[in-house]
Ligand binder design. Structure first.
Ligand code: IVH
Length: 462
């Protein structure tokens, strides 16, 4: 192939791979197999190795940039990154609606969408290319996290405007600033915390902290491994040919950006409230954490008319769901033996209703965590539940102590088979090393038959 032909092929490969990334990471609906995708990537990498001058910043091979030495540089936001006014009851939401009607002199339409419990970021595209990303910081100035954002696979390095999907409408969207939430999906959070626990590193308190800690990591390679996601929810300066939030978000999703599909356009506040109620239990099924719903006046003209206070837009409000933390009594601590012999202390609790289910067990992670948090049997403890994630004991309420509480001491023998427990240097977990320990055998069989292993349906483990 002559250089001109190679150049053409490289452009085609980049376009195709970017499009397949969008299908896979944004739409969760791939149109090629992993193998075909890998073949395209390999072909592109080969050309780029041979002709480095053909490497461009929007190439899918360029997601992971250089590690930062020192700190992030600062970025000033052209439009401040504000926060939302919170409400905690439907009565307050009705009041918000009354205020909107009074100020606008009419009943506005509202959009309602999940309030994602993530980490706010802003991304700027110029001529369709991602050129800068920053954190909210103090709302005026944030950190330049461009290299880390580029490591998130659902964030397009180049918008799809110039591909086969071109619509003239989208031309105006090639120079745009978008804002949204970076999240760590709940399953990645569980996996990463498990790994950290095994390696004796401190666990992240929740997915939000994990997302924040990851996006501010100095090494983009770490970000890439942590499987973050990013959902766009705001366009601070909407292009003039768009009249409303709902339509603009739909168009953004067509040019490659991941927006929230669970958005509803409502013609009355009653309909908006009904949608909030519907999502209170449903939010637990989402892969990321949601702590409320955001209600926005849909029309950009009305938004402009309503304007901002120093802290918040006047045209939006967050309705926050009731907390998922509660206190209860820690009645006992029992030990569970895992598949690989890891001993996990489990809290036996006085049953309480929390987030729609009755909770009577919660994880305590490991003996070190119990000691660090000074959790004693008989304590009143705070427990927290976030979705399908196993409830966990957060901390004791020390004011409630009577003196009867008992400090937990990990036995030195396995509760199931009596073997001596061991702990390897640098690990927090204690283990039973007896391969014939009954609960370990049971869990090994369960693991062997499980979906990710042999996938033997019908073998139900107790
Ligand atoms: S709209 C002016 N929509 O919640 C801010 N924000 O305090 C307009 N958030 O800082 C934001 N999900 O980072 C909006 N669907 C959503 C959201 C959302 C989460 C964050 C946002 C904001 C904070 C509110």
């Amino acid at each position: 192939m002559v250089k001109e032909e190679i150049k053409k092929r490289v452009i085609e490969l980049k376009k195709d791979i970017n499009y397949h990334n969008y299908r896979y990471y944004v739409l969760n609906d791939p149109v090629v197999s992993d193998y075909e995708y890998d073949m395209l990537m390999t072909e592109l990498k080969e050309f780029e190795t041979k002709y480095p001058d053909l490497i461009t910043p929007d190439s899918p091979t360029q997601r992971i940039g250089e590690e930062l030495i020192g700190k992030f540089s600062q970025v000033e936001h052209t439009i401040p990154m504000l926060s939302l006014e919170n409400t905690y009851s439907y009565e307050e939401v009705h009041k918000f609606d009354k205020r909107m009607q009074r100020e606008l002199g009419t009943k506005p339409a509202y959009t309602v969408e999940p309030k994602i419990d993530g980490f706010a970021v802003s991304i700027i595209y110029q001529d369709g290319i991602l050129i800068q990303a920053s954190t909210r910081g103090n709302g005026i100035v944030g950190d330049d996290i461009t290299n880390n954002i580029r490591a998130i696979k659902s964030v397009p390095l180049r918008l799809l405007g110039e591909t086969r999907h071109i619509v003239s409408l989208h031309k105006n969207l090639m120079n745009i600033e978008v804002r949204g939430e970076v999240v760590m999906p709940k399953n990645s959070f569980d996996r990463i915390n498990k790994e950290r626990e095994q390696q004796g590193e401190p666990c992240f308190a929740n997915p939000r902290n994990a997302a924040a800690g990851t996006i501010k990591h100095l090494d983009p390679k770490v970000v890439a491994k942590r499987n973050l996601d990013m959902i766009v929810h705001t366009i601070p300066d909407p292009p003039e040919n768009f009249t409303d939030h709902y339509t603009l978000l739909i168009e953004l999703s067509k040019i490659g950006l991941k927006t929230n599909p669970h958005i509803k356009l409502c013609t009355s506040i009653e309909e908006a409230i009904e949608f909030c109620t519907e999502w209170e239990p449903a939010r637990w099924n989402l892969p990321y954490e949601v702590d409320g719903m955001v209600i926005k006046v849909n029309s950009f003209a009305y938004q402009k008319q309503l304007g901002f206070t120093i802290k918040n837009p006047r045209w939006a409000v967050a309705y926050k769901y009731p907390a998922t933390q509660i206190t209860t009594k820690l009645e006992n601590i029992i030990l569970q033996v895992g598949r690989t012999g890891t001993i996990t202390p489990v809290a036996v609790l006085a049953p309480v209703r929390l987030g729609g289910v009755t909770v009577s067990r919660a994880t305590l992670h490991n003996a070190d965590e119990i000691a660090r948090k000074d959790i004693r049997v008989g304590d009143t403890v705070f427990i927290e539940r976030s979705g399908e994630v196993i409830p966990e004991v957060i901390k004791p309420v020390t004011d409630n102590r009577t003196g009867e509480e008992k400090v937990f001491i990990l036995p030195d023998h396995c509760p199931a088979c009596g073997s001596k427990l061991v702990r390897y240097e640098g690990e927090v977990a204690w283990r039973c090393e007896n391969l014939s320990c009954p609960p370990q055998i049971e869990r090994r069989i369960g693991h062997f038959a499980s979906r990710n292993a042999m996938d033997i349906s019908g073998l139900v483990m107790s």
